[in-house]
Design a protein. Structure first.
Length: 83
């Protein structure tokens, strides 16, 4: 099983949006990423993150996420220190 790390979360976000993982930073906006609409297109990513991090993310919570940092903070993980 994968670990709930910043690298794995960002990889999942990149896969979801069909963008290179190198383009994902803590400040990357979720709405519009790779043509996705947030939160309308969020459920498929949320399902992956819930499995990755063994948690539940209610819709009323993920609707408030604006950028990658919001997801990482919610999941209680630290982003890379080099940003």
């Amino acid at each position: 099983m994968s670990e709930c790390t910043s690298a794995n979360v960002r990889s999942s976000i990149a896969d979801w949006a069909s963008v290179p993982v190198s383009s994902i930073t803590s400040q990357t906006q979720l709405d519009g990423l790779g043509g996705k609409s947030w939160p309308d297109d969020a459920p498929s990513l949320v399902t992956v993150l819930e499995s990755l991090c063994d948690t539940t993310i209610p819709q009323e919570d993920y609707e408030l996420f604006e950028d990658v940092e919001d997801i990482e903070n919610y999941l209680g993980i630290e982003g890379p220190s080099n940003e």
